[in-house]
Design a protein around this ligand. Structure first.
Ligand code: CTP
Ligand code: CA
Ligand code: CA
Length: 646
């Protein structure tokens, strides 16, 4: 990227007094290793407040060092930009992305007309007659792939939205960002469909040492607690960055220290990343630079579009105290609402006055997490995992559907959708494959889930997923009370790296018992019975012989599906009865799936909330406008983020 080669420009350089006779304008890098520690007047030498140890810790991305630099990059009006780029539309034209009658993304020119996500397409056109509205791509039953259809908005009953085009752009952007950063000094976390966290510490450390050779050591007296020399300048060049003010009269009078210099370097890196994404792919994004993830994320959203905001350590207090705490990561949802209700305010400023024991009314862990969070502390690491954990395909029905056959038609689309995504995950090459398949079914207020293992011995196929899904739906149907169904979704999870060593025939022996396990598959109900640990039982088979329920439409078809699966499973069992059952026992308690659960693992955060779910790819895969989705919060109150396992 050439950062190290770039001239480091200073608007103004004030040399720090007579102690630095070697310091000149062109070389802001006096050799501290020789001159500054002269024995003549050691006590007069001004020093940095940071130590050699803290500088060194940058190299290993330690969350402990106060010099740490994290960035958050978020695409502006993402889906809307995807459409302007795809269609080659002038980005200054107002454009919105439509999903049925609603708008799910609005570009900035359209926002100037006062449009927001919650208006309908009809209302939007009244407010902005020149608005370009592009409907999202949809899947139609029987189609091989999603497509952009004319007049899609009329086809809600027969089509399902596909956000695949946006996921594909998201992947390209992620790749571009990674290519911009030095291969060995990057740590990138995909935090949602249109955003990433970057831990820039190691890269900044390298640049710092290149520009300021005096920092290279050796550490004076071999004492890591020795403080660094002072920064040889008083004014840093922040280019076009939005700098958050310190809120203190003399805030800018204090000379820059190394944390400020680190931020300047980080902000140059972020500017380069954004420039590359724009030049190579045509997208604008906004960035935030700060000492941790929480602050960096607040920074990227502070000034939009196409800008970057730096929150220097000296500005953190002021920046946060002016904020509503409901804007902070993890505090956008239930927990935030609870805190608002408890303390009668949504302002950080007011919450800062609450002593720890008051905050602990929200729970011990939550309270202490909140206490440090509103003080700008967040030690969570940038997690470089970019691989997905699960995939979900969903559809909300308006009107609700009423038969097994109707449900099965949707399952065909879900299976095709998920299978095509698995193919992109490298499932065909057996790089990674899912372990479980889940079906969620909503009827009135009740959500039911059924789960089955994905047979591991044979190649994953669309037909296999479809059959598994059909079986799971059959189980729901024979249990009764299945109709009318308002929402159906299929997900696969537990992605595992493919079996690279030859497991031989053992892999195929799985089938019989797995088919059997399917008959007693994991169940959990948010409305009905509490999920209970149970070993494999006869499961739904009992229902076959129960009384016929005429109101349960499609019962016969569902029963036939289950009968067939059962007879197949017993046949295989007979042939392969030396199979070790334990390997396949699953504990349904651990497998409840939140339909909102995403591709990307939730950040190890307190709780799902509105902000966090914005980061969640899967949310947008569902057919319901995200704002209208029910919250399946099976989680309890947050616990503070803990350090991630390496
Ligand atoms: N999205 C959505 N429903 C939501 C939130 C987000 O469908 N409740 C989609 C949006 O269409 C968006 C993408 O997810 O394009 C990313 O969301 P977000 O970053 O929150 O908003 P942007 O539209 O990108 O706008 P901004 O410039 O404010 O980031
Ligand atoms: Ca965005
Ligand atoms: Ca976002």
């Amino acid at each position: 990227m050439g950062l190290s080669k770039r001239a480091y420009t200073f608007k103004k350089i004030r040399v720090s007094g007579p102690l630095w006779p070697n310091c000149s304008m062109s070389s802001p890098a006096p050799n501290f290793a020789s001159s500054p520690f002269s024995i003549t007047s050691p006590r007069r030498i001004p020093k940095s407040k940071f130590t050699y140890k803290q500088l060194h810790q940058l190299k290993s991305y330690s969350p402990q060092t106060p010099l740490r630099v994290i960035a958050h990059v978020d695409l502006d009006a993402f889906y809307a930009q995807c459409e302007t780029v795809r269609l080659g539309i002038d980005p200054s034209k107002p454009l919105a992305v439509q999903q049925w009658q609603g708008l799910i993304a609005i570009n900035y020119p359209a926002r100037a007309f006062g449009l927001s996500r919650h208006v309908t397409s009809t209302e939007a056109l009244k407010q902005c007659p020149d608005l370009i509205m592009q409907h999202v791509a949809t899947w139609k039953e029987g189609d091989e792939k999603w497509a952009y259809h004319e007049n899609s908005f009329k086809e809600m009953a027969t089509h399902k939205v596909s956000l695949d085009p946006y996921r594909m752009e998201s992947r390209k952007i992620l790749k571009c960002i990674k290519e911009t950063l030095p291969e060995k000094e990057q740590r990138v976390e995909k935090a949602g469909i249109d955003e990433v966290f970057l831990d820039l510490s190691a890269q900044v450390h390298t640049v710092l040492l290149e520009r300021y050779p005096e920092l290279r050591g050796p550490t004076p007296y071999e004492d890591p607690t020795e403080r660094l020399p002072k920064v040889p300048t008083t004014v840093l060049d922040w280019a076009a960055d939005a700098l958050v003010e310190t809120g203190e009269e003399d805030g800018e009078d204090v000379d820059p220290d190394w944390d400020d210099v680190c931020m300047v370097i980080a902000s140059e890196i972020v500017r380069d990343v954004r420039k590359d994404v724009k030049e190579k792919l045509g997208y604008t994004c906004s960035g935030g630079v700060a000492r941790n993830k929480m602050l960096a994320k607040l920074g990227s959203g502070y000034k939009k579009p196409n800008q970057q905001t730096v929150i220097r350590n000296r500005a953190v207090k002021h920046f946060l105290s002016e904020m509503k705490f409901t804007k902070i990561r993890m505090l956008g949802g239930k927990l935030g609402d609870e805190a608002v209700a408890m303390f009668g305010t949504d302002k950080v400023k007011d919450l800062l006055e609450q002593p720890m024991d008051q905050l602990k009314k929200l729970g011990d862990d939550t309270g202490s997490w909140l206490y440090s969070t509103i003080r700008g502390e967040d030690n969570s690491e940038v997690n470089p995992r970019t691989q997905i954990k699960s995939m979900l395909s969903a559809k909300s029905f308006r009107p609700a559907i009423n038969s097994f056959e109707q449900g099965v038609r949707w399952l065909r689309i879900f299976a095709a959708d998920i299978f095509s995504r698995c193919v992109e995950e490298g499932v065909l090459e057996n790089k990674r494959r899912p372990k479980t398949v889940n079906l969620h079914h909503r009827q009135g207020a009740q959500t039911r889930s059924r789960q089955a293992p994905v047979p591991q011995g044979k190649p994953l196929s669309e037909a296999m997923l479809f059959d598994l899904a059909k079986n799971l739906l059959a189980q729901v149907v024979v249990d009764g009370r299945a109709w009318p169904c308002a929402n159906l979704s299929l997900s696969v999870g537990g992605f595992e790296d493919g079996i690279t060593n030859n497991k031989g025939i053992g892999g195929f022996l799985v089938r019989g018992a797995e088919a059997k396990a399917m008959m007693s598959t994991g169940r959990s109900a948010s409305g009905g019975e509490p999920p209970a640990k149970r070993r494999r039982t006869k499961g739904n088979i009992a229902n076959f012989f129960g009384p016929r329920d005429d109101k349960n439409k499609g019962f016969d078809a569902a029963r036939a599906v289950l009968m067939k699966a059962h007879s197949e499973s017993t046949r295989e069992e007979e042939a392969e009865d030396d199979f070790d059952e334990h390997e396949h026992e699953h504990d349904e308690d651990d497998h409840f799936h939140d339909p909102n659960e995403g591709d990307v693992e939730r950040p190890h955060t307190p709780t799902p909330d509105r902000n966090a779910s914005n980061n969640n790819d899967n949310l947008y895969r569902s057919d319901t406008p995200p704002s209208a989705q029910p919250q399946h919060n099976t989680h309890s109150l947050p616990v503070p983020p803990t350090t991630q396992p390496k």
